[in-house]
Each structure stands twice: as C-alpha cells, then as structure tokens.
Design a protein around this ligand. Structure first.
Ligand code: GLU
Length: 389
C-alpha cells in the first residue's frame, strides 16, 4: 500500500508533504517523491529507497518555498523500484505532475494510443500514462478537475490519483476508485492523504471520498463531484483516534488491522490478473496446461507466514484438483532427501522476495527433470498486502 499526500494552504508544502509521508511510512514503500508548483513551473524530486534518501536530496537542493504540493511513497507494481519509476510522474510538457496508488489495468492500450503521437515515456509504470492524459486535457483548455474527470472515465482498474497543474497552482485535484483517499479539512488549508495519519497533527476534521469521486482542494474550499462532474455531498467526520490508533486504522493492534485487511489485500493482488470471463491469468507462471495435467504431486516449501499460507493453499489445491500437496518448512527441506520426480511440482513461496531455499543436489537421479523454483511470488510485481512487520 503506498502513501499519498496533498496540501494547499499557507505553510511550506515541502514540510507538510514530507511530514505526511513520514506518517504513512508504516504502510510500506520502496521509493518516495514530491512535486511542488512555483511560478508556473513544476519542481519534482524523487528517489528510490527510504524517505531519508529523498530528504537528503531536498537538504542538498531544497524545493522552492511554495504552499501547494503532492507527495507519494511507492510500492511498485509496474516497473522496478528505481528513481525513474518513483512518483510523481509528469506529462510531456512538464505542466502536470501526478501521483498514483493502485493499478491502471488498461495503461498499455492507452499508452500505445498516444505514443503514436510522439509522446515519450520516461518510466515503466502504469501511472505515467495518466500524467500525460491529464496534461493533454488541460492543454486542450479545460480546467484540472474537468481534465481529471475525462481521464478517469477512460481508466480501468483501481486507483487514487492526485495531480497539480503548474499553470493553475492554487489547487490539488484527486480521484478515487477502489483505493483509499481522505481529505483533511483545515482552517485556511486543506489536505489529502491515503489515511488520516497523513494530516492528523494538523486537523481532525475529515471527509472520506466515495467510489468514483473527484475532489478539488484549494486553501479555502473542498469540492467533490463524481467522474461525470455531478456534485456529490460527502459528510465530514471527526477523527478522535490518536496518531498511533490512526496508523492502525482504529484497530488496537497492527495484527488485527492486517487480519481485517486480508480480503482487500487478496482482491488487490488479483487486479489485472482476471480475464474478462473471470478466469485467473498468471502470465509469469509459464506452465503449459499439458505440463500441469501431468503433475501428480505438489510440494510447497516456505517459512513462517508463508508456510501458513502454504497450508491454506494445500486445502484449496487438494479440494479443487484432487492432487496431493505436501507443505514443507524450507529450512528442513534443504536437508532432506525428498522424493521428487518429473511429475512433481515444487512451489517455493517467499514473502520477502528471497528464495526460501535452494534446489540442492542437482545430481540426484530422482531430481532429474523436476520442476523446481517456480516461485509463487511473481517477479517485478509485488503482492499488495501489508508489509511484514
Ligand atoms: N502502479 C503504480 C506503480 O507501479 C503505483 C504503485 C503504488 O500504488 O504505489 O508505480
């Protein structure tokens, strides 16, 4: 889960945005970035790794002391965690900067469409297309909220988008579909955040945006519409949690919060992996149907939480496929002499992304032709569940 922050008001945007991102660090992330608008120009700083890396860049080269800004901590789904893929992303004329939480499922198709018009993309993300599209709209003469509406109407997937327009610097515009976004209502200042922890030290009055809604914040005003520009009334609420409860979404413990997040985490992991007819499509697996049909035993190897996930998988796989499944602790498996042949499928699960064990003794006759190291963690795309704590 990434973190999103937006600010319009009298304070220095860089400070408010970086503080907000720090409050959202507990959500987990792999890179961070910020954009502010000054004198008709965008100023963007972003870095892979911890927020401290971004703060170092800002300490060396501070952004102009302006009062409108957006920030992001990324959890990569499309493209590796590096500086170029970190958010914010900008349009081709560097007029619009945009951050995004979620996945834009039809990004490739939209990108192909505008790449034909000489748009150059600087990242591997699904996000960058949205920055280009919003910019194209404002360049056609509509305001930023209208541009956001028109773009959201074209997008499939789950997303929170937050954008600024260098030529209309007094506002930040955000959109939400199946991804969180709350608005902090201040006095002469307003905030956006993935959750209230981002702004709770500044205000306890908040709005939660509904599905398919767009919010425009200025220093004195908050306007909410749907994706078609129709006004929407959203009821404010008062946050009475303290900061530590806010980080836990009102739950007493992170563990409880994460248990309640499981349905969402599973649904998010499957975004972009369902065919229109509802079948699962796991492109990274590359096992042909014939190969799968030959398999007569499955061994899942994993450690810790992944081991428990493997036990759940055993119940599901045996129930649906009638193929026997063994779940093995990776730390034990590497010292065993397992019975594996050409029709055994070994699935290694790693939550951290590291292999839990190595295939050993490739000279073992029984191991010939075994299918080993088909990691259940698809490469280049992370599960969007909560980080390990
Ligand atoms: N899909 C986007 C990316 O990979 C956003 C990921 C996020 O939610 O942080 O950059």
């Amino acid at each position: 889960m990434c973190g999103i922050v937006g600010y319009v008001g009298p304070r220095r945007a860089q400070d408010v945005v970086i503080d907000g991102l720090r409050r959202l660090e507990y959500r987990g992330y792999d890179s961070a970035g910020i954009a502010v608008v000054d004198d008709g120009r965008l100023h963007v700083a972003k870095r892979a790794g911890k927020l401290a890396n971004l703060e170092k860049v800002l300490a060396d080269t501070p952004l102009p002391a302006t009062t409108v800004g957006i920030g992001h901590t990324r959890w990569a789904t499309h493209g590796p965690p590096n500086d170029a893929n970190a958010h914010p992303h900008v349009g081709g004329s560097r007029r619009v900067a945009l951050v995004h939480n979620g996945i834009i499922e039809n990004f490739a198709e939209l990108r192909d469409r505008i790449e034909a018009d000489d748009h150059v993309f600087l990242s591997d993300t699904d996000t960058e297309i949205a920055a280009h599209l919003v910019e194209l709209q404002v360049e056609s003469g509509v305001d930023l909220p209208t541009a956001m509406q028109r773009v959201c109407q074209q997008l499939d997937g789950a997303f929170t988008l937050v954008a600024v327009d260098a030529e209309d610097p007094g506002q930040v515009v955000a959109a939400r579909r199946s991804s969180p976004l709350v608005v902090g209502l201040g006095d002469g200042e307003n905030f956006l955040g993935s959750d209230v922890a981002a702004f709770i030290e500044h205000t306890r009055e908040a709005l939660e945006l509904g599905q398919d809604q767009i919010v425009t914040i200025t220093a004195d005003d908050v306007t909410v519409t749907d994706f078609w520009g129709r006004p929407v009334e959203v009821k404010p609420f008062h946050v009475d949690w303290d900061l530590s409860a806010a980080e836990k979404d009102g739950h007493d413990w992170f563990m409880r919060k994460e248990i309640f997040e499981q349905p969402r985490a599973v649904a998010d992991s499957l975004i972009g992996r369902r065919t229109p007819s509802g079948l699962l499509q796991l492109d990274e697996m590359r096992l042909a149907d014939e190969e799968l049909r030959d398999i007569d035993k499955i061994i899942i190897i994993a450690c810790g939480t992944s081991f428990y996930a493997g036990m759940v998988a055993k119940y599901a796989i045996e129930h649906w496929t009638r193929t026997p499944v063994e779940v093995e602790l990776a730390s034990e498996f590497r010292y065993r002499d397992p019975i594996i042949d050409a029709t055994t499928l070994v699935v290694a699960i790693s939550q951290s992304g590291r292999p839990p064990t190595r295939c050993r003794r490739s000279a073992t006759p029984a191991a010939n032709g075994r299918r080993c190291s088909r990691s259940a963690t698809p490469t280049g795309r992370r599960s969007r569940g909560s980080p390990t704590r």
